[in-house]
Design a protein around this ligand. Structure first.
Ligand code: HEC
Ligand code: HEC
Ligand code: HEC
Ligand code: HEC
Ligand code: HEC
Ligand code: HEC
Ligand code: HEC
Length: 388
């Protein structure tokens, strides 16, 4: 579902990966396995396990793969005669086949890993020679159908796109790279899903200390981003929510609390950042953010639990704004709370993601974090209210 697919093109990507990684050897310190955070933070952990972060990557399984393998739903036809894709489930494993019946050729690869919680969609990866490659068919939740993977050309059978580490840095907890003779490979010692350590750092010492001091009411030797400056709070999320940025240091080396600009090239200063994947860039441009000293992502988001209902978000606005002061209070009436987010943070189309089908180009919409005044959106919403 991604603009970043541009960087997954085979040849060049492998070189980039090589350059980035040789510098990283020796500093590879991320804890490999999930820490036992659940033992003491059970309620928080259980809620977190339901979030898109936690579910953003997984081994392929009947649960994690959202697309359908049922007859009649498992074929993706293309605009080129004779070229189609078939998705099959055999003995507990999942496969994609790209077939060119005019030439009587086909290629089949197994779906090994899933990327994407499935809120909007999923892409799929397969292992080959110690590297990960993207599969040509993705899944789009809105229409509940298989689609050409974003950025792929309809009617081409392309199994050659290497997955670069940056993709996994945003969609997993850790992936190690190792040198196998001359070639770089991903180690099988990886951790899928975004877990606690990604935002709290290595939890080893904390777990050890709290286990041996069960009466200690305070948490020690663990990073709590609540104590960061606003810029470091933003950086903690900007690692993955500030759009396309060049890597200055090796992937998977950034630690919470550090300055992100030392790891990634400066964020784009495009006048209008894309709504996909650049919430930091958009929020920074809003008057709310610029006029308040403290607003950060945590002002509205509790990343430890799923939050999709819009009404509770409106109450976050009311920490700083009053509905009675609203210049259009009378006109808006009872919809003040229910439409607050839709009027001021509207869903907007992303220009970064292109999905090509035989008949059209389609795009996806995301909630804009440029909080502001959108007169046309407001007019449409008020209009639809009257018609009801
Ligand atoms: C042996 C029990 C135990 C384990 C295991 C444990 N914690 Fe804690 N943690 C605590 C206690 C007790 C506190 C203090 C009370 C509280 O904030 O819940 C705490 C507090 C925290 C805090 C807040 C610290 C602050 O400065 O306010 C964070 C963040 C945290 N833990 C994260 C983690 C993470 C991440 C893991 C897994 C790597 C983990 N904990 C595992 C017992 C534990
Ligand atoms: C996407 C980043 C992220 C992930 C993943 C994450 N946290 Fe947090 N956590 C935060 C932030 C940010 C804060 C500070 C919130 C604030 O400013 O009040 C926090 C605060 C905490 C606190 C302090 C008490 C509280 O609720 O505010 C605890 C305890 C904690 N986290 C535990 C965990 C555990 C355990 C996990 C894994 C199950 C986890 N966190 C996963 C970002 C994260
Ligand atoms: C390691 C990368 C990474 C970090 C760090 C990170 N995020 Fe995310 N975030 C993602 C990805 C990837 C998704 C999309 C997950 C999916 O749907 O597959 C996401 C999704 C979200 C969502 C949408 C949740 C939903 O239910 O759809 C919110 C909100 C969010 N992130 C907020 C934050 C905040 C706030 C922080 C910092 C405290 C943060 N993220 C840090 C990668 C990250
Ligand atoms: C810079 C961080 C970053 C990189 C690199 C990145 N993504 Fe994402 N991705 C995100 C964020 C953030 C979201 C969700 C929020 C949004 O779109 O704004 C997301 C959403 C997705 C989704 C939709 C999840 C859902 O269910 O809604 C898929 C699928 C996905 N990415 C696949 C990939 C793949 C495959 C790659 C690499 C080839 C990749 N992404 C690279 C950050 C990243
Ligand atoms: C941390 C405090 C804070 C929060 C939370 C907050 N705002 Fe603001 N917002 C401000 C400040 C300060 C201003 C600037 C007021 C001024 O200049 O008079 C502002 C300005 C605005 C403006 C005027 C924008 C413009 O471009 O003229 C709108 C609209 C707005 N906020 C809507 C919202 C909405 C909707 C939410 C919730 C999603 C929200 N705000 C949350 C502090 C906040
Ligand atoms: C003023 C409140 C507010 C602030 C501050 C805020 N968000 Fe959001 N965010 C929302 C609302 C409301 C939604 C819509 C809920 C949803 O659809 O998941 C949302 C949705 C999201 C989504 C899902 C977008 C989509 O359409 O899939 C991501 C990702 C996200 N926020 C990340 C962030 C990050 C990162 C920050 C900090 C840079 C941040 N948010 C700051 C209110 C806020
Ligand atoms: C039906 C759409 C709609 C809803 C619902 C709505 N607003 Fe507005 N809001 C607007 C429009 C349009 C303006 C600009 C009005 C003007 O300039 O005359 C505005 C202006 C504002 C301003 C700037 C005020 C000023 O004095 O310049 C703030 C702050 C604001 N809204 C906050 C909110 C908050 C917070 C909510 C929800 C709790 C909300 N609005 C609900 C459409 C809406």
């Amino acid at each position: 579902m991604h603009p970043k697919h541009a960087i997954t093109r085979a040849g060049a990507a492998v070189c980039l990966l090589a350059a980035a990684v040789t510098r990283a050897f020796g500093q590879w310190v991320l804890a490999a396995h999930a820490m036992p955070c659940k033992a003491c933070h059970e309620a928080l952990f259980n809620a977190f396990a339901q979030t898109a972060h936690f579910k953003t990557s997984a081994e392929a399984s009947a649960q994690s793969v959202k697309g359908s393998f049922a007859d009649g739903h498992n074929v993706l036809r293309t605009g080129v005669a004779g070229i189609y894709f078939k998705m099959e489930r055999r003995r507990g494993a999942f496969y994609q086949t790209g077939a060119d019946s005019a030439r009587s050729t086909s290629r089949t690869e197994r779906i090994d890993l899933v990327v994407g919680s499935g809120r909007r969609g999923q892409s799929y990866l397969y292992w080959k020679n110690g590297l990960l490659f993207e599969l040509p068919v993705s899944y789009l939740a809105g229409i509940d159908q298989w689609i050409n993977s974003p950025g792929y050309t309809d009617g081409e059978i392309d199994f050659a796109r290497v997955i670069v580490p940056r993709c996994l840095e945003c969609h997993s907890t850790s992936f190690k790279l190792k040198q196998e003779r001359r070639a770089l490979q991903y180690s099988r010692d990886y951790e899928l899903g975004i877990s606690c350590e990604k935002c709290h750092g290595d939890g080893h010492q904390h777990v050890q200390y709290q286990s041996s001091h069960p009466a200690e009411p305070r948490g020690k030797y663990i990073i709590n981003p609540a104590h960061f400056s606003r810029e470091r709070k933003l950086d903690n999320c900007a690692l993955c929510h500030s759009g396309l940025r060049e890597q200055i240091r090796a992937p998977f080396t950034y630690r919470p609390g550090e300055k992100l600009d030392d790891y990634l090239s400066p964020a784009s200063d495009a006048p209008i950042p894309d709504v996909h994947g650049d919430q930091v860039g958009l929020l920074r441009r809003s008057k709310c953010f610029r006029s308040s000293a403290t607003m950060s992502c945590s002002t509205c988001h509790d990343v430890h639990r799923p939050q999709r209902d819009l009404a509770p978000f409106a109450s976050k606005c009311l920490a700083c704004h009053q509905t009675s002061q609203h210049p259009m209070a009378a006109k808006i009436g009872a919809r003040m709370i229910t439409s607050c987010i839709d009027c001021h943070m509207p869903n907007q189309r992303s220009n970064a993601i292109q999905i090509t089908t035989p008949t059209r180009q389609s795009s996806l919409s995301f909630r804009s974090h440029a909080i502001g005044i959108y007169p046309e959106v407001a007019a449409t919403i008020l209009q639809s209210g009257r018609e009801r």
